[in-house]
Design a protein around this ligand. Structure first.
Ligand SMILES: Nc1ncnc2c1ncn2[C@@H]1O[C@H](COP(=O)(O)OP(=O)(O)OP(=O)(O)O)[C@@H](O)[C@H]1O
Length: 288
């Protein structure tokens, strides 16, 4: 069993019109976890709670097996967050932001900062607040990476980022994960990022974790199956996520168990088609 970098138990936060949690989740070393969910499902709120930008109403956060409060300085040093960290200082030019923030981190790497600033064509003289949305995302990303974090928390890091920079960010994340003691939690709406980067996928809906999957299990178990006939029992079966009458077909999340279900119902399977990640996530979010 790999070590746990992060463990969350019963984490919850109530707003007037929205409740996040209670959430239980864990992040193993060497794993990229994709955090997926519709707009407003609670992804950013979860990051805010993890980063202590907001106080939880209940729950516990553990990092490397120790409570956050006992481990606060390590947490700050070892977590790279690309989200809302720089917003409070947005009146500063980027080079001043660097002067302010780099002393927070004993392992701050100036060479890497300079390298990444050039790679992403960041004008260090420009004030953060004046930068375009995509440029802000790139700056957030650079600041998250430059202090040798063990865990990256990335809140939609490529939203609004140009195609070339997006490709570079993907390359940089793959390089980051070459060290198998590191982990990433990546909130994203981008299927390519899920396919190319993520090992595990957590699906949030209305503040709750509705599914938590290993990506390979999704590929193995989700399929559309055309069948000879559709019975009422099959329509109601818990492993049938969706069905259509003409021609008779079902979508299942348990290909491994479907054969015995069909046999019991005396139904013949005519054709099987594995689903794409995009189709699976749409079914999970729409039919859960
Ligand atoms: N400070 C706050 N006060 C009241 N409600 C809030 C506050 N912060 C967030 N919310 C509510 O919490 C819900 C979840 O918002 P959140 O930003 O976490 O969603 P998200 O999954 O990150 O969405 P998106 O994919 O659009 O970025 C929303 O309904 C939002 O209005």
């Amino acid at each position: 069993m790999q070590n746990l970098l992060l463990q969350v138990k019963g984490l919850s936060k109530n707003f007037n019109t929205f409740k996040l949690g209670p959430l239980d989740l864990y992040v193993k070393q060497g794993i990229v976890t994709g955090l997926v969910g519709a707009n407003g499902s609670g992804k950013t709120t979860l990051f805010r709670l993890l980063m202590k930008l907001m106080k939880e109403d209940a729950g516990h956060i553990q990092f490397f097996g120790r409570n956050w409060t006992e481990n606060e300085s390590t947490w700050k040093e070892k977590v790279g967050y690309a989200g809302e960290l720089l917003d409070a200082y947005d009146f500063l030019p980027i080079k001043e932001l660097k002067k302010l923030i780099s002393p927070w981190y004993p392992n701050w790497n100036n060479q890497q900062f300079e390298y990444l600033s050039k790679r992403y064509q960041i004008n260090l003289e420009e004030k953060y607040e004046k930068c375009s949305n995509g440029t802000k995302k790139k700056i957030d990303f650079i600041f998250a990476l430059c202090h040798d974090p063990s865990l990256l928390l990335l809140d939609e890091p490529t939203a609004g980022v140009d195609i070339v920079s997006r490709r570079k960010m993907k390359e940089d994340l793959i390089r980051f994960m070459e060290d198998d003691e590191k982990s990433i939690v990546l909130a994203t709406h981008t299927i390519d990022e899920i396919n190319q980067l993520c090992d595990e996928i957590i699906v949030l809906d209305s503040g709750k974790i509705i599914h938590s999957y290993n990506k390979d299990d999704i590929y193995d178990n989700w399929a559309r199956v055309w069948i000879s006939n559709l019975t009422q029992d099959l329509k109601n079966h818990p492993n049938v996520i969706h069905y259509e009458l003409t021609p008779p077909q079902i979508v299942t999340n348990h290909m491994d168990e479907l054969e015995s279900v069909l046999q019991a119902e005396q139904i013949t399977s005519l054709q099987v088609q594995r689903l794409s990640m995009e189709e699976v996530l749409e079914y999970i979010i729409e039919y859960s």
